[in-house]
Design a protein around this ligand. Sequence first.
Ligand code: BES
Ligand code: ZN
Length: 633
Amino acid sequence: MKKLFAVFPFALISFVMSCSTSPTEKPNPPAAQAIQLVEARDVHSFANPAQVRVKHVDLNLDVLFDRKVLKGSATLTIERRQADANELKLDTRDLKIFKAEISAKGDNFAATKFALGEADKILGAPLTVELPAQATKVRIEYETSPTASGVQWLQPAQTAGKQQPYVFTQSQAIHARSWIPLQDSPGVRVTYSATIRTPAGIRAVMSAEEEDGAPKLGEFQFNMPQAIPPYLIALAAGDIMFKPLGKRTGVYTEPAMMEKAAKELEDTEKMVEATEKLYGPYRWGRYDILVLPPSFPYGGMENPRLTFATPTILAGDKSLVSLIAHELAHSWSGNLVTNATWRDFWLNEGFTTYLERRIVEAVYGRDTEEMQAVLGRQTLEALLAKFDTRDQILHVNLDGRDPDDGSTEVPYEKGALLLRYLEETVGRDKFDQFLKSYFDAFAFQSITTPDFRAYLQKNLLDTNPQAAAKVSAELLDEWMEKPGLPASAPKPQSNAFGKVEAQAKSWLSGKAAAGLETKQWTTQEWLHFLNSLPAHLNEAQMKDLDQAFGMTKTGNAEIAHVWLLISIRSNYAPAFPRLEEYLTTIGRQKLIRPLYEELAKTPAGKQRAKAIFAKARAGYHPIAQASVGKIVL
Ligand code: BES
Ligand code: ZN
């Protein structure tokens, strides 16, 4: 761990100017004020980008399903920041390194010395490569471990088609290093290219454009010409087909899932258009979505050009497609303007949650949006009530901690509320203009919380003195650097939820469930209904709800999640088989972890949790195996 705190000279400064690139309907905003970016130190990387910086990654990999291994090479194009730098430091985790070579011109490679340092539990192991003065490229031959933290290998039985195996990567936050040796820091942007070889019948896709010039059987070529942070490099391979949705949007998934997926996601093109209208052009060419098997450990992952999504969003009524709005929004907040270190994660997720709601409002209307905003604030309040103060802070200190620990919903919901507060204070027009100029000013750059704050001060507060009077430095400190929520934080309101609460009340005072007015309720209304009930219900109450609404057998994964939570608390045995089925098929951490936590609260529940985990474990992603293991073992 010592190495974490080694001090590097970080004096590199780049100058950021705004450039208005896009034709818009609105008049051009006043030129944005430039601010100086100070390169941040990333405590979650061993790399030395201040001396030598990786600029391009060229992958050449075989997908070996029988061994659960990716094997091949990564050729890194480097740039010297210090003329006398004589070593390149990379991040790795559980990689087997066979060889390191260097080249001056990119044609002839010669072996060079390398050393793999001692592995840190959180960070993995540094790989130091000796660099002669003339080296411009470094080629590493390597293979991954079958238990690589960023790669999940699925048996055919875990897929929809049950015939072919499947593999996918998940690089955020610091798992790219478990399948590629590179400088795994969000401040080190790279372009990348890849050649991926797969067995017959297996298609590979990546977060990049696919090169279609004379493809060889079982060989796929990709290119990502825009510089991205390494956590956005992604690969999946399996029995995957494609269907277009709009002129630059489409869906990839297994054949058995295609019809359902394409129907549910049919508004994707509209979402892209709505976001462009708000925040300027979509700069990544195509926007496609890969719908994965259910063991995908997240709801969605904003891999550029190709969002990865859980099949649990396919509710049948589009009520969960705000997740697509969210991942799409990252094409501006996150992929275009990126958190420079993981303590700035809220710049990615808070902005994106705010944008997500704006997109939902534009495409599905304010009522739908406000329901989601109310649920968001409820989630936030529940977390603030139970978290240590350190985890309530947006600009969170993650020294010595795993950045995955910082990915609670606090940065999402508290960050989104801060932006909503700013919007309400300066007015929507001005705030929209400000955000658009922010995305232009920092496009393809990685920035820190102080960078954002400096930009906000110069380009929104200094230019709007009336509003600025309300947004003092103390208040901004309270939002970004302190636990809890400022008293002036916005409180979203939903009329629809008022009606839902009335139904919950009349049920609790004795009205039969079958007589409640629940027609046309969307997922959000059902969630709010269930959340409005007392923590424990009696057997008769559980039965009444179950018989009237088919709760235990609902195919909606979000509603089932809340129902199963209540069932555990209320010890409602008829739901237990479903609970086991749910936990052994779904791998999305946000849906399974709270269920294990609830089970673990009683000795009998903990036994059940252990037994279910023993069956489910092999089907979980390595990250989920570890996080659930912490709860039940
Ligand atoms: N980038 C995140 C997923 C992530 C965060 C992966 C941190 C690894 C570490 C993604 O954009 C996200 O936020 N997904 C959410 C869905 C969203 C609608 C809140 C999820 O997976 O639940
Ligand atoms: Zn996100």
